[in-house]
Each structure stands twice: as C-alpha cells, then as structure tokens.
Design a protein around this ligand. Structure first.
Ligand SMILES: CC(C)(COP(=O)(O)OP(=O)(O)OC[C@H]1O[C@@H](n2cnc3c(N)ncnc32)[C@H](O)[C@@H]1OP(=O)(O)O)[C@@H](O)C(=O)NCCC(=O)NCCS
Length: 168
C-alpha cells in the first residue's frame, strides 16, 4: 500500500454538505453519531472547538474531516470528538492523526487527549493503539444504534506519553 499523506484546513460553511455526506456514510457503518448541519455550523464558530477538512496533500481533494473539542478546557483535556475518512485504508487517517496530536499538544497545550471508539471499530482501535493511545476502560452497552446497544472504549494519551514517543 502506498501511504497517502493528508493535511488540514479549517472547515467552512461551504464544506458542510461534504461533511454531512461523509458523516452519514460512517454512521451507516455504525461507527459515528450524526450531527445536524446546525450543530456543525455552531462548532465552526466555537472558539473551544476545531473543525477541519482533511485533504490530500498532493491533489487537495477532500478526504475527510476531524473535530477537536476542549481547546479552552481549563484542565487542558482535549476531546478528539470525530474523525471521518472517506477513502479508508490508504494511510490518510494515520497521517492526519499525527498532525492532530501535534496540534493538540504543541499548538493548544493539551495535557491529555481522549476519545471514545465503538468496540467493533477494529480499524480505528488498532490505529489509535499504534499511535500511542492507551485504553482506559469500556463503557458497556452505552450507545443505542438501531435496536442494538453497543459498547465503547475510552482511550487517551498524556502529554508525557506524546513527548516520550516524539523524542528521537
Ligand atoms: C478509522 C479511520 C479514521 C482510519 O483512517 P484510515 O485512513 O482508514 O486509516 P489508515 O489507512 O491510516 O490506517 C489504518 C490502519 O488500521 C489497519 N487496519 C485496517 N483494517 C483493520 C482491521 N479490520 N483491524 C485492525 N487493523 C486494521 C491498517 O492496516 C492500518 O494500519 P497500518 O498503518 O499499520 O498499516 C477511518 O477508517 C474512518 O474514517 N472510518 C470510518 C469512521 C470512523 O470509524 N471514525 C472513527 C470513529 S472513533
């Protein structure tokens, strides 16, 4: 597999159709919740939130989006609320998550970054683990999707762990 690299640029209202369509596809797979257009729109203007389009570094084609919450959190705990890649398995997720971690710890002075992930989302869980996220526990049957209750895993990375992984 040739790994594709991705970069971030701030989401604009004109990108929301793309965001909603990508989100609907990921939701159909059972991996993310749906937000309304208004909720995304509010997040674009929220100084506590970062909402970025993920684009291919070479072609500048949109390949996903990512949302980070808690940029102004007094405890410096940032939440990786959502990441959706539209062309999965090509390396975009790994490429962009490394940049998101760098942003969180170096630009937004995070002490901790955390997320929740569906138990059956093996690709995402394996990617987060390989980037250094630590599993903290399982929220058993915490989300109802259709008629099914699904469990989620909480994962996090501390600044000290990020620094240790980043040093040569
Ligand atoms: C999860 C997601 C963000 C990952 O992005 P991606 O671009 O597909 O991921 P990448 O191609 O960078 O890397 C995926 C890694 O998982 C591995 N992988 C793929 N399928 C896997 C599986 N079923 N089980 C375990 N690992 C798997 C790949 O081998 C790769 O590892 P490598 O880099 O060591 O080769 C993306 O698939 C996505 O948006 N999925 C739908 C929405 C979603 O689940 N969002 C996350 C919610 S928490």
């Amino acid at each position: 597999m040739t790994d594709h690299s991705a970069q971030l640029r701030p989401t604009t209202p004109a990108n929301l159709e793309f965001v909603l369509s990508a989100e609907a596809t990921a939701h159909a797979s059972g991996f993310v919740q749906l937000w309304t257009r208004d909720r995304h729109l509010q997040t674009l203007d929220d100084p506590n939130a970062g909402h970025w389009i993920i684009e291919d570094t070479t072609t500048h084609k949109r390949v996903g989006y990512v949302i980070l919450l808690g940029l102004q959190d007094p405890h410096q705990c940032l939440l990786l609320k959502r990441i959706v890649i539209t062309q999965t398995g090509k390396g975009y997720g790994r490429s962009v998550l490394m940049q998101v971690l760098d942003k969180a710890f170096n630009e937004f002075a995070a002490h901790r970054i955390w997320l929740d992930v569906m138990e059956d989302n093996h690709r995402a869980r394996s990617l987060y683990r390989s980037l250094g996220f630590v599993e903290e526990g399982c929220l058993r049957e915490s989300v109802k999707m259709g008629e099914q209750f699904k469990s989620q895993w909480l994962m996090s990375m501390l600044r000290s762990e990020f620094v240790a992984r980043s040093s040569p």
